[in-house]
Write a protein that binds this ligand. Structure first.
Ligand code: FES
Length: 225
Protein backbone atom coordinates (compact mmCIF):
# COMPACT_ATOMS: atom_id res chain seq x y z
CA UNK A 1 0.00 0.00 0.00
CA UNK A 2 1.38 3.35 -1.04
CA UNK A 3 0.46 7.00 -0.64
CA UNK A 4 1.30 9.51 -3.30
CA UNK A 5 0.15 12.32 -5.52
CA UNK A 6 -1.78 11.98 -8.73
CA UNK A 7 -3.08 14.47 -11.22
CA UNK A 8 -6.29 14.63 -13.27
CA UNK A 9 -5.26 14.96 -16.91
CA UNK A 10 -8.57 14.58 -18.67
CA UNK A 11 -12.23 13.98 -17.89
CA UNK A 12 -14.04 11.40 -19.99
CA UNK A 13 -17.76 10.62 -20.13
CA UNK A 14 -18.08 6.92 -20.78
CA UNK A 15 -21.00 4.61 -20.16
CA UNK A 16 -22.82 7.62 -18.72
CA UNK A 17 -20.26 8.01 -15.93
CA UNK A 18 -17.52 10.53 -15.29
CA UNK A 19 -14.12 8.94 -15.71
CA UNK A 20 -10.77 10.62 -15.17
CA UNK A 21 -7.48 9.95 -16.86
CA UNK A 22 -4.95 10.20 -14.06
CA UNK A 23 -1.20 10.30 -13.95
CA UNK A 24 0.43 8.75 -10.92
CA UNK A 25 3.38 6.57 -10.03
CA UNK A 26 3.25 3.01 -11.26
CA UNK A 27 3.03 1.51 -7.77
CA UNK A 28 -0.30 3.29 -7.21
CA UNK A 29 -2.04 1.80 -10.23
CA UNK A 30 -4.65 -0.71 -9.00
CA UNK A 31 -5.37 -3.97 -10.77
CA UNK A 32 -8.93 -4.54 -12.07
CA UNK A 33 -11.26 -4.79 -9.08
CA UNK A 34 -8.87 -3.13 -6.62
CA UNK A 35 -9.38 0.49 -5.64
CA UNK A 36 -7.59 3.59 -4.42
CA UNK A 37 -8.87 6.04 -1.83
CA UNK A 38 -8.55 9.46 -3.38
CA UNK A 39 -8.90 12.86 -1.78
CA UNK A 40 -8.43 16.42 -2.93
CA UNK A 41 -8.35 19.70 -1.08
CA UNK A 42 -12.11 20.25 -1.44
CA UNK A 43 -14.51 20.25 1.52
CA UNK A 44 -15.35 16.59 1.05
CA UNK A 45 -14.74 14.96 4.46
CA UNK A 46 -14.03 11.48 3.16
CA UNK A 47 -11.80 10.11 0.43
CA UNK A 48 -13.60 8.46 -2.47
CA UNK A 49 -12.86 5.00 -3.86
CA UNK A 50 -11.77 4.96 -7.49
CA UNK A 51 -11.37 1.90 -9.66
CA UNK A 52 -9.16 1.03 -12.62
CA UNK A 53 -11.01 0.84 -15.93
CA UNK A 54 -8.23 1.00 -18.53
CA UNK A 55 -4.57 1.74 -18.98
CA UNK A 56 -3.28 5.19 -19.94
CA UNK A 57 0.17 6.74 -20.37
CA UNK A 58 1.87 7.27 -16.98
CA UNK A 59 -1.27 6.28 -15.13
CA UNK A 60 -4.73 4.86 -15.72
CA UNK A 61 -8.35 5.72 -16.38
CA UNK A 62 -10.37 5.77 -13.17
CA UNK A 63 -14.02 5.79 -12.29
CA UNK A 64 -16.36 5.12 -9.44
CA UNK A 65 -17.56 7.75 -10.71
CA UNK A 66 -15.07 10.51 -10.04
CA UNK A 67 -16.18 13.51 -7.95
CA UNK A 68 -17.65 16.62 -9.58
CA UNK A 69 -14.89 18.72 -7.99
CA UNK A 70 -12.23 17.07 -10.14
CA UNK A 71 -11.13 18.97 -13.20
CA UNK A 72 -8.07 18.69 -15.46
CA UNK A 73 -4.99 19.86 -13.60
CA UNK A 74 -6.39 19.00 -10.17
CA UNK A 75 -3.88 17.36 -7.86
CA UNK A 76 -5.17 14.55 -5.70
CA UNK A 77 -3.79 12.36 -2.95
CA UNK A 78 -4.00 8.65 -3.60
CA UNK A 79 -3.74 5.76 -1.16
CA UNK A 80 -3.57 2.15 -2.23
CA UNK A 81 -3.95 -0.06 -4.15
CA UNK A 82 -6.44 -1.50 -1.68
CA UNK A 83 -8.45 -4.68 -1.48
CA UNK A 84 -8.57 -7.83 -3.50
CA UNK A 85 -9.04 -7.57 -7.25
CA UNK A 86 -10.21 -9.97 -9.94
CA UNK A 87 -8.16 -13.05 -10.79
CA UNK A 88 -8.80 -13.78 -14.44
CA UNK A 89 -7.72 -17.42 -14.94
CA UNK A 90 -5.10 -17.70 -17.65
CA UNK A 91 -7.02 -20.70 -19.00
CA UNK A 92 -10.28 -18.74 -19.48
CA UNK A 93 -11.38 -18.67 -23.14
CA UNK A 94 -15.04 -17.63 -22.72
CA UNK A 95 -15.30 -14.66 -20.41
CA UNK A 96 -18.57 -13.10 -19.26
CA UNK A 97 -18.63 -9.66 -17.63
CA UNK A 98 -21.97 -8.94 -16.02
CA UNK A 99 -23.09 -5.76 -14.36
CA UNK A 100 -26.36 -6.25 -12.54
CA UNK A 101 -27.38 -2.80 -11.48
CA UNK A 102 -25.21 -0.06 -12.87
CA UNK A 103 -22.37 0.85 -15.15
CA UNK A 104 -20.06 -2.02 -16.08
CA UNK A 105 -17.08 0.36 -15.90
CA UNK A 106 -15.47 -1.45 -12.98
CA UNK A 107 -15.37 -4.57 -15.16
CA UNK A 108 -13.78 -2.82 -18.14
CA UNK A 109 -10.30 -3.42 -16.83
CA UNK A 110 -10.73 -7.13 -17.56
CA UNK A 111 -11.49 -6.66 -21.26
CA UNK A 112 -7.95 -6.11 -22.54
CA UNK A 113 -6.38 -8.92 -20.47
CA UNK A 114 -9.11 -11.33 -21.61
CA UNK A 115 -8.74 -10.43 -25.29
CA UNK A 116 -4.97 -10.66 -24.92
CA UNK A 117 -5.26 -14.30 -23.91
CA UNK A 118 -7.54 -14.90 -26.91
CA UNK A 119 -10.72 -15.26 -24.90
CA UNK A 120 -14.13 -14.46 -26.34
CA UNK A 121 -15.70 -11.72 -24.21
CA UNK A 122 -19.40 -11.10 -23.61
CA UNK A 123 -20.46 -8.01 -21.67
CA UNK A 124 -23.89 -8.31 -20.09
CA UNK A 125 -25.55 -5.09 -19.07
CA UNK A 126 -28.63 -2.99 -19.62
CA UNK A 127 -26.52 0.13 -19.11
CA UNK A 128 -25.58 2.50 -21.89
CA UNK A 129 -22.17 1.42 -23.25
CA UNK A 130 -19.58 3.45 -25.15
CA UNK A 131 -16.33 2.72 -26.94
CA UNK A 132 -16.13 -1.00 -26.54
CA UNK A 133 -13.64 -2.98 -28.63
CA UNK A 134 -15.31 -4.57 -31.68
CA UNK A 135 -14.42 -8.00 -30.34
CA UNK A 136 -16.69 -7.63 -27.31
CA UNK A 137 -20.20 -9.03 -27.67
CA UNK A 138 -22.85 -7.07 -25.80
CA UNK A 139 -25.88 -8.83 -24.37
CA UNK A 140 -28.80 -7.58 -22.24
CA UNK A 141 -29.26 -8.77 -18.67
CA UNK A 142 -32.08 -10.98 -19.87
CA UNK A 143 -29.38 -13.14 -21.51
CA UNK A 144 -27.50 -13.61 -18.22
CA UNK A 145 -28.55 -17.19 -17.65
CA UNK A 146 -27.51 -18.27 -21.16
CA UNK A 147 -24.16 -16.48 -20.91
CA UNK A 148 -23.23 -18.16 -17.65
CA UNK A 149 -23.92 -21.54 -19.23
CA UNK A 150 -21.52 -20.56 -22.04
CA UNK A 151 -18.73 -18.93 -20.02
CA UNK A 152 -15.81 -20.57 -18.28
CA UNK A 153 -15.18 -17.43 -16.19
CA UNK A 154 -17.67 -14.75 -15.15
CA UNK A 155 -16.98 -11.49 -13.32
CA UNK A 156 -20.01 -9.81 -11.77
CA UNK A 157 -20.46 -6.30 -10.42
CA UNK A 158 -23.37 -5.71 -8.04
CA UNK A 159 -24.27 -3.54 -5.09
CA UNK A 160 -24.34 -5.34 -1.74
CA UNK A 161 -28.05 -4.75 -1.33
CA UNK A 162 -28.74 -6.43 -4.69
CA UNK A 163 -26.95 -9.72 -4.08
CA UNK A 164 -30.22 -11.54 -3.43
CA UNK A 165 -31.64 -10.23 -6.69
CA UNK A 166 -28.56 -11.42 -8.53
CA UNK A 167 -28.97 -14.88 -7.06
CA UNK A 168 -32.62 -14.95 -8.13
CA UNK A 169 -31.72 -13.85 -11.65
CA UNK A 170 -29.08 -16.54 -11.90
CA UNK A 171 -31.26 -19.35 -10.71
CA UNK A 172 -34.67 -18.07 -11.74
CA UNK A 173 -36.33 -21.38 -10.98
CA UNK A 174 -33.93 -23.24 -13.24
CA UNK A 175 -31.29 -25.69 -12.21
CA UNK A 176 -28.39 -23.37 -12.94
CA UNK A 177 -25.08 -25.10 -13.06
CA UNK A 178 -21.87 -23.30 -12.31
CA UNK A 179 -19.31 -25.11 -14.43
CA UNK A 180 -17.29 -21.92 -14.54
CA UNK A 181 -15.23 -19.86 -12.14
CA UNK A 182 -17.09 -16.79 -10.97
CA UNK A 183 -16.11 -13.74 -8.96
CA UNK A 184 -18.12 -10.75 -7.89
CA UNK A 185 -17.18 -7.18 -7.11
CA UNK A 186 -19.50 -6.23 -4.24
CA UNK A 187 -20.07 -2.49 -4.19
CA UNK A 188 -20.35 -1.06 -0.68
CA UNK A 189 -19.25 2.19 0.90
CA UNK A 190 -15.63 1.89 2.02
CA UNK A 191 -15.20 5.06 4.10
CA UNK A 192 -12.11 3.99 6.02
CA UNK A 193 -10.57 1.51 3.59
CA UNK A 194 -10.03 -0.83 6.53
CA UNK A 195 -7.78 1.54 8.51
CA UNK A 196 -10.37 2.28 11.21
CA UNK A 197 -12.18 -1.07 11.11
CA UNK A 198 -15.51 0.77 10.94
CA UNK A 199 -17.36 -2.30 9.67
CA UNK A 200 -19.53 -0.30 7.26
CA UNK A 201 -18.44 -2.51 4.37
CA UNK A 202 -19.34 -5.87 5.95
CA UNK A 203 -20.51 -8.54 3.51
CA UNK A 204 -22.17 -11.77 4.64
CA UNK A 205 -20.20 -14.83 3.58
CA UNK A 206 -20.52 -18.51 4.33
CA UNK A 207 -18.15 -18.28 7.27
CA UNK A 208 -19.82 -15.20 8.79
CA UNK A 209 -18.89 -11.83 7.38
CA UNK A 210 -15.91 -10.17 5.78
CA UNK A 211 -14.88 -6.59 5.15
CA UNK A 212 -15.24 -5.70 1.49
CA UNK A 213 -12.62 -2.98 1.84
CA UNK A 214 -9.86 -5.47 2.70
CA UNK A 215 -11.06 -9.01 1.96
CA UNK A 216 -12.98 -7.83 -1.10
CA UNK A 217 -14.31 -5.95 -2.85
CA UNK A 218 -13.92 -8.94 -5.18
CA UNK A 219 -15.12 -12.25 -3.71
CA UNK A 220 -15.27 -15.70 -5.17
CA UNK A 221 -18.91 -16.46 -5.90
CA UNK A 222 -18.79 -19.62 -3.81
CA UNK A 223 -17.63 -17.62 -0.76
CA UNK A 224 -20.86 -15.64 -0.61
CA UNK A 225 -23.77 -16.91 1.37
S1 FES B 1 -14.55 0.56 5.18
FE1 FES B 1 -14.19 0.61 7.29
S2 FES B 1 -13.83 -1.47 7.79
FE2 FES B 1 -14.22 -1.50 5.64
Amino acid sequence: MYTGKGKVVELILRDGLRHARLTCSENLIPSPGQYLLASDDSDSPLPVPIFYTDSAPQGFIATSPVPDSWNPGREITLRGPLGRGFGLPSSARRVGLASLDGSPSRLHGLIRPALKQNAAVALISDWRLDNLPDDVEVQPLSALFEIIQWADYVAFDAARQNLSELRERLFNGKQAKFPFEAQILVRTPVPCGGFAECGVCAVTVKSGWQMACKEGPVFDWIELR
